[in-house]
Design a protein around this ligand. Structure first.
Ligand code: XMP
Length: 513
């Protein structure tokens, strides 16, 4: 996107790179993360107001370690090098970097010894967060040492004339007590940015971008019921109105009443043109006799693509496909990522056909999840919708262990709806990151009234997590579990026993399949 003013963050593989981006945006300055080796021509095209070089796990002396195009330091654009970013500046400009005797890790007290625009307004003694093995020994010509610690005589350096700064610690981490002030000093004091980036502005800019890109063309968008696709659709609709067609593929494996609620919300309230494709039978037929989780995923993924293509053909003259790709998706899966970013297993169901010859419109591709939610609010989406727990692409198919049938889907929908309703009633829904019911392929004996029953076991799963990479099971009050269990056994025919899943991720996963 074209922004009047942006900060470019060049990623050398630090686990904190995204955090740097968040901090810059918190200061209401727009920024983007790029690879550390973004060509000079691209940088010139971007015209950043400032460049931040991230930290990274490598050692500048290792052969093949990420390097920096020296010309970047001569563009007249202010540069802030953090940790590895500082070491690479020092090394490239003729200083030396050495392996410290021991890794310096954790909170450290530093002393500011030279006036420095990064440290404006700060006391002489600062607590900062260190995490490094190598350190700068000799500083390059024209650079001044601006701070030191007890064990390290070169904690930060600066070339005042060229506005190039290097700091060994991490200002983006909360443990650096005045880290945000330092970042703000760089953005406003050194790069002369204005704090004018916000969601209303983003909305305005992206509507204009979409209009320019799409011209008089037609756009198609798959609506899944999730936040990202919903916000994408509303944004594109805001830009081009009726020329957007949304396809909602109902696979019969959604939560209870999900389809109706989705259609009501997007057709009635937002006036989107949503094609409801009820493909439950097609999906359930394709799943007949299948109990392997991966095979279920594949079948559902392929079916989705087949149906989506069929619907797209019906519309005709399509030129564009709008997708709700968000920033972390791009970082995890593509060219943006730095040299050693973590690779996460992707759950690709709902992915669209690569061979479709449509141009992509991905208006959220620069936003983080919480920014997408804020944009959703800007577009009129209600908080309840935006706060919903995530739901997997293959839907209830991976929560019905064993073969998926219409009857079993119905039993699960009913039980799940009771669990979620009770969570909302008790005010616990927002404290839990994700909660759902799982239908097991086992029957057990029970007694109801005076009669013997032989019915299904249902498991409840509820986790708390920050990033879904690790998760802990949620500690409910016993009363709550008792109430949910009683209601499910009494109200859902086909279930006579309820159990609660007390496994963490890892070694378990959130979903059972
Ligand atoms: P796991 O089970 O891997 O789940 O611990 C982590 C998060 O990912 C969701 N999930 C999926 N989402 N398609 C999706 O769109 C999938 O195939 C899929 N599998 C798991 C899961 O619900 C949880 O939020």
């Amino acid at each position: 996107m074209k922004h009047a003013e942006k900060i470019l963050i060049m990623d050398f593989g630090s686990q904190y790179t995204q955090l740097i981006a968040r901090r810059v945006r918190e200061a209401r300055v727009y920024c983007e993360i790029s690879r550390h080796d973004l060509p000079l021509e691209s940088i010139l095209k971007e015209k950043p107001a400032g460049i931040i070089l991230s930290g990274g796990p490598d050692s500048v002396y290792r052969e093949g370690s990420p390097s920096l195009d020296l010309r970047i330091l001569d563009l007249g654009i202010p540069v802030l090098g953090i940790c590895y970013g500082m070491q690479i500046i020092a090394r490239m400009l003729g200083g030396t970097v050495e392996r410290g005797k021991e890794r310096e890790y954790g909170k450290t007290e530093i002393k500011i010894i030279r006036e420095n625009s990064l440290y404006r307004g700060l006391d002489e003694i600062q607590i900062v967060w260190m995490s490094h093995g190598d350190r700068v020994k000799e500083v390059p010509k024209k650079f001044t040492i601006t701070s030191r610690s007890e064990s390290n005589p070169v904690v930060s350096i600066a070339d005042y004339e060229k506005k190039i700064f290097g700091i060994q610690f991490h200002p983006e981490v909360n443990h650096t007590e005045n880290g945000m002030t330092m970042i703000r000093n760089f953005l406003f004091g050194v790069c002369a940015c204005r704090a004018d980036w916000n969601m209303a502005k983003f909305l305005e800019d992206s509507v204009r971008d979409i209009q320019e890109k799409v011209g008089k063309g037609k756009v198609i968008c798959a609506l899944s019921g999730g936040v990202d696709s919903a916000v994408t659709a509303l944004l594109v609709h805001r830009a081009i109105g009726e020329r957007l067609t949304c396809i909602f593929v109902d696979n019969g494996l959604l939560r209870k009443n999900e389809a109706e609620e989705l259609l009501n919300r997007f057709r009635m309230k937002f006036h989107l043109n949503v094609q409801h494709v009820d493909a439950s039978n097609e999906f359930l037929n394709a799943l007949q006799g299948v109990d392997d989780p991966e095979q279920k995923r594949r079948i559902i993924g392929n079916k989705f693509i087949e149906i989506f293509e069929r619907e797209a053909d019906k519309i005709g003259d399509l030129e564009f496909l709008a997708q709700g790709t968000i920033y972390p998706d791009r970082i995890e899966s593509s060219s943006v990522k730095g040299p050693s970013a973590v690779i996460k297993t992707h759950h690709n169901v709902g992915g669209l056909p690569e061979e479709m010859t449509l141009n992509l419109v991905e208006p959220l591709s620069e936003l983080f999840k919480d920014e997408v939610r804020r944009l959703g609010i800007e577009l009129g989406l209600d908080a309840e919708f935006l706060k919903r727990h995530p739901f997997p692409g293959p839907g209830l198919a991976v929560r019905i262990i064993g073969e998926v049938t219409v009857e079993r889907a119905k039993v699960l929908q009913e039980a799940d709806a009771i669990f979620i309703e009770e969570l909302k009633k008790s005010g616990l829904y927002d404290q839990v990151s994700q909660a759902f019911a799982v239908l097991l392929p086992i029957r057990t004996v029970g007694v109801m009234g005076d009669a013997r029953t032989y019915e299904n076991v249902l498991a409840l799963r509820a986790v708390h997590t920050l990033d879904f990479m690790t998760a802990d099971w949620f500690g409910f009050p016993h009363d709550f579990l008792r109430r949910v269990s009683t209601r499910i056994v009494n109200e859902v025919r086909g279930v006579n026993r309820v159990v609660y899943d007390i496994s963490t991720k890892p070694p378990s996963t959130v979903e059972w399949e």
